[in-house]
Design a protein around this ligand. Structure first.
Ligand code: IPE
Ligand code: IPE
Ligand code: MG
Length: 242
């Protein structure tokens, strides 16, 4: 399902996957069944993006705030992420997918961290597309950990405040967990909510936003294609006059 020839393709697409619980509740199922169904949508989005030459697909899988959900749901999500990573490894290798996880890794269960390490090592050389899962991530957490790093560097420079004068936006960006990854060109949010929910606050400064009422488990390749096509019609000005 490729876009028309010559259409502008986003280099980095990022998705706030929302609406799993509502999808399940609408069917009289438990919320977690929506999370399970959502895994198929990840596969569909990945395939559509890869086929259209998107270089990075990132997905907000679990926010810092999501730790506040009931234990059963949190545990289910941790298990599901572990199982999905293990199940998809073969698919990543067959399809040239480089896999990465960004977020507060120290807060994740060991079994999940081990599967992440394994998948990141195995897929490190894959070149077709990079898929990033943001797990235990929030934009404020990211900015705060970068600020702490910066403060530590300023102290160890021995020059204190005068060292800080030379620090620019690029230097700060390089301390965020997304160092080396281009900022998202397009941020998609499903389920009708129109908010960032503490996602890529710094990196999303000039992203295009695409909101759809479709719930994440119903987001298929055709839906992904619609979002890519809409991006192709956007006029990005970055504050300048064209
Ligand atoms: C998104 O679906 C998945 C996560 C946040 C982990 P939700 O679980 O937020 O689904 P709704 O918004 O309650 O329908
Ligand atoms: C945002 O969805 C987080 C993820 C998709 C991982 P939420 O469902 O947690 O966000 P709110 O609570 O509606 O803002
Ligand atoms: Mg939600």
């Amino acid at each position: 399902m490729q876009l028309e020839e010559g259409k502008r393709v986003p280099r980095h697409v990022s998705i706030i996957m929302d609406g799993n619980g509502r999808w399940a509740q609408e069917r009289g199922l438990e919320r977690v069944k929506g999370h399970l169904q959502g895994v198929a949508s990840v596969r569909a989005a990945l395939e559509e993006c890869a086929d259209n030459g998107v270089e990075y697909l990132s997905l907000y899988a679990f926010s810092t705030e999501n730790w506040g959900r009931p234990d059963d749901e949190v545990n289910y999500l941790m298990q599901l992420m572990f199982k999905s990573i293990m199940d998809e490894l073969e698919n990543f290798m067959a399809n040239g997918v480089r896999f990465m996880v960004l977020g507060n890794r120290a807060s994740l269960p060991d079994i999940l961290n081990d599967s992440i390490d394994k998948a990141m090592e195995m897929t490190a050389g894959n070149k077709r597309i990079t898929m990033i899962l943001f797990i235990s991530y929030s934009g404020k957490w990211d900015i705060l950990q970068a600020a702490k790093h910066l403060a530590a560097k300023a102290i160890s420079s021995g020059e204190g405040e005068s060292w800080l004068v030379g620090v620019g936006e690029k230097d700060f960006s390089s301390l965020l967990v997304t160092d080396g990854i281009p900022d998202p060109d397009l941020i998609i949010r499903t389920s009708g909510e129109q908010r960032l929910s503490n996602y890529l606050l710094w990196q999303g400064a000039y992203s295009e936003f695409y909101f759809t009422k479709v719930l994440w488990p119903d987001f298929d390749r055709a839906q992904m294609k619609l979002a890519l096509e809409e991006y192709g019609r956007r006029d990005r000005r970055y504050g300048k006059v064209k």
